[in-house]
Write a protein that binds this ligand. Structure first.
Ligand code: PXP
Length: 236
């Protein structure tokens, strides 16, 4: 079975729509744990648009399953990671204008910044992963800078608009997975995975862990709506 890490950023996105206290991603982290997921993923963005420093610190305190912190390869984030000590950091590219992470990290051209951040984390015993496109040059560079793992970006697969295009992207992901595994990297995958497209990815045996966020939070809103309305009606 493939491990599931649930990305709960969008619980915080709903909170920030009103800049209030609910829904609290710290509560969500406990539910993720109780539901049997292997880990919790949160992305502390430079602009703090959803997850805040307070969320990271409290989730670190309550989280008894793997805590994976997505972050940019900056000195500020390296310092925070070293202070808070998630189980793993995943370095991602970050653009202020983007709606979500677009494209994998270019490890080939950002080797120095990536290595500096990885070295700081590794010195504190934190596992390290790099979110990259399924591309051999990026995989080789990830190995060279000393990452423990890569997370393969599944966005192109998720966005493929024909059966043939999806099959081609799946084959590219499988090939990248086998290659990364053969050179001793752990392999994870994520981005854009849904209830409709996840199974073929989960069947690639060497992929140990999937990071899934938007689709799970989107479904939670709908499957929970009936109960939420019933509870309000009881009060009225
Ligand atoms: N993996 C990484 C590195 C991401 O940045 C994201 C999105 O925050 C995900 C996985 C989860 O993607 P999605 O929300 O589309 O499931």
């Amino acid at each position: 079975m493939t491990d599931l890490c649930v990305n709960i950023d969008h619980v915080a996105t709903i909170r920030e729509a009103r800049r209030t206290f609910e829904p609290d991603p710290v509560f969500a982290a406990s539910i993720v744990h109780l539901a049997g997921a292997a880990g919790i993923t949160i992305h502390l963005r430079e602009d703090r648009r959803h997850i805040k420093d307070r969320d990271l610190r409290l989730i670190r305190d309550v989280c008894q399953i793997k805590l994976n912190l997505e972050m940019a390869a900056t000195d500020e984030m390296a310092q925070i990671a070293c202070d808070v000590h998630p189980d793993q950091i995943t370095l991602v590219p970050e653009g202020r204008q983007e709606v979500t992470t677009e494209g994998g990290l270019d490890v080939v051209t950002n080797r120095d910044a990536v290595k500096k951040t990885l070295d700081a984390a590794k010195e504190k015993g934190i596992e390290t992963s790099l979110f990259i496109d399924p591309n051999r040059a990026q995989i080789d560079a990830s190995k060279a800078v000393g990452a423990n793992a890569i997370e393969i970006h599944t966005g192109e697969y998720a966005n493929a608009n024909s059966k043939a295009a999806r099959a081609k992207e799946l084959a590219t992901i499988a090939d990248a997975t086998f290659y990364a595994d053969s050179i001793g990297l752990e392999v994870y995958a994520g981005h854009g995975l849904t209830y409709y497209n996840v199974v073929p990815i989960s069947q690639i045996g060497q992929i140990q862990e999937l990071n899934i966020g938007h689709s799970i939070i989107a479904r939670a809103v709908l499957v929970g709506l009936d109960q939420a309305i019933s509870e309000m009606l009881l009060l009225l």
